[in-house]
Design a protein around this ligand. Structure first.
Ligand code: ADP
Length: 440
């Protein structure tokens, strides 16, 4: 069982990393493919536009209708120039043609800059062409010689014009087109990570609970076995004639049996209460009671234990109206558990308990139970209200308990519409603060 946890973490981590790696490389491949497809499409569209431009320019030429350019009189170069694309079209017209062609081929909203060059000179160009054409790392540049197609009259004779087109930031265009895919894959990966996280958290929690339960069973066995052994010894003693003849001795041993029996009863009661809490079977019989009276009564019952430790109890009961709606038995148990803990977890040879009450406004009453005992670490403090939890530090092992007391306290407090919180400093002491609504 111990080894299986690291193994599960290892397997989950490896599989997660694997899945993420595969997804990333898969998305990269798709992006590359789309980029290539995009380039190919762009190339074809621009090529078509370039051919159309040349065709239109030549179609309008002074050669149309004539059988051969060589029957034409004059400087042939001039004719070339007059019928070149740059002479025939304006920047705006070329832009429109390209724009429409892109639109027809599903390249909507494509930004581009272009230029028509001859011998390295920009004859026509859009405003940002020059600056964009410098960054060939991020922008895609395609170019086509504007040459008349084979078989036309001006074949091989048109001046060498070249159409350059720059499409900015093609990577981001491709990534944009894959947005849905990327978001979905991130989302599903996050879902998988969350699911693993939750599963693992639950497993750890279960493991802790099962450990605490094992501790509890060991503890309980020990707690019940000790009184049983003591009772058994006491009975053996009583059976001897010597003890039976002496009343003092006889009373002493029966007294032990009675005490041990009471102790066992107390343990069984605690365990039963926990079981009832678990099944939510506790029924409270509410009645108006005076809080200060309950506090006094509980402390009276614990007087012996406090005396045994040479303890000092300070009462600071200042709530002006101490009437609350409560189930006397459970509420007394609640206070008993808290004060008993203050006694149990006191420092050696020094027991100080302060019990205070205050009215909070007209509707609530606050109880503080403060001790100068061993205190708790932050980690302990955050877990004391969990069922079966016991701090495993220092000399705490000597202190008996099942780790059920405070979980009971919390449940009963909540059943009385109250709130509980604990403050503690390790080595200095603890304070439990409870707030309850006042009976109206
Ligand atoms: P138990 O006392 O049977 O162990 P509880 O539920 O009453 O169980 O308390 C849980 C744990 O909280 C204790 O084991 C102890 O570590 C810690 N604790 C409770 N009250 C105090 C206190 N007054 N001072 C220091 N530690 C305390």
């Amino acid at each position: 069982m111990k080894r299986i946890f690291p193994l599960i973490i290892f397997l989950i981590t490896v599989s997660l990393l694997g899945i993420i790696y595969i997804q990333v490389s898969w998305i990269r491949t798709v992006a590359k493919m789309r980029e290539e497809q995009f380039e190919e499409k762009l190339y074809l569209v621009v090529q078509k536009v370039a051919e159309e431009l040349v065709e239109e320019a030549v179609g309008d030429s002074e050669f149309s209708g004539q059988s051969s350019p060589f029957s034409f009189q004059g400087d042939v170069r001039d004719i070339y120039r007059r019928n070149s694309v740059s002479a025939r079209f304006s920047v705006y017209e070329i832009k429109e043609k390209l724009h429409n062609a892109f639109l027809q081929n599903n390249l909507k909203d494509l930004q581009f800059e272009f230029s028509v060059n001859r011998d390295g000179q920009h004859l026509l160009s859009t405003a940002h062409f020059q600056e964009m054409s410098r960054d060939s790392m991020h922008h895609l540049m395609v170019y086509f010689p504007l040459v008349a197609g084979g078989g036309s009259l001006l074949e091989n004779l048109t001046p060498e014009e070249v159409l350059f087109i720059v499409v900015p930031d093609i990577k981001s265009i491709v990534i944009k087109s894959m947005n849905g895919l990327i978001v979905a894959s991130i989302l599903f990966t996050l879902i998988i990570i969350t699911a693993f996280y939750l599963t693992f958290g639950t497993m750890l929690k279960q493991k802790k609970i099962s450990e605490m339960k094992t501790d509890f069973i060991n503890n309980m066995t020990h707690e019940l076995k000790t009184p049983l052994a003591t009772i058994s010894l006491a009975i053996d003693a009583i059976r001897t004639e010597k003890v039976q003849k002496e009343k003092d001795r006889f009373d002493y041993f029966t007294g032990i049996i009675k005490d041990e029996n009471k102790r066992m009863n107390g343990h069984v009661e605690t365990i039963l209460q926990a079981a009832q809490l678990e099944k939510q079977e506790i029924h409270l019989e509410m009645s108006p009671v005076h809080l200060h009276e309950i506090i006094q009564q509980v402390c009276k019952n614990l007087e012996l234990q406090i005396k045994e430790k040479n303890g000092q109890t300070i009462f600071d009961l200042q709530a002006t109206n101490d009437l609350i709606e409560a189930d006397v038995k459970h509420f007394s148990n609640l206070l008993n558990n808290l004060i008993e803990n203050a006694i149990k977890y006191s420092k050696e040879n020094s027991l100080y308990i302060r019990i205070a009450t205050r009215s909070i406004g007209r509707k609530s009453i606050r109880i503080e139970i403060e001790d100068h005992g061993i205190g708790m670490s932050k980690e302990t403090l955050s877990r004391i209200f969990e069922k079966f939890y016991r701090a495993h530090t220092g000399n705490l092992h000597n202190v008996k308990g099942f780790g059920l007391g405070l979980s009971y306290v919390k449940e009963i407090t909540q059943a009385h519409q109250g709130r509980i919180k604990a403050d503690s400093v390790l080595g200095k002491g603890s304070t439990f603060i409870l707030t309850f609504p006042r009976a109206l």
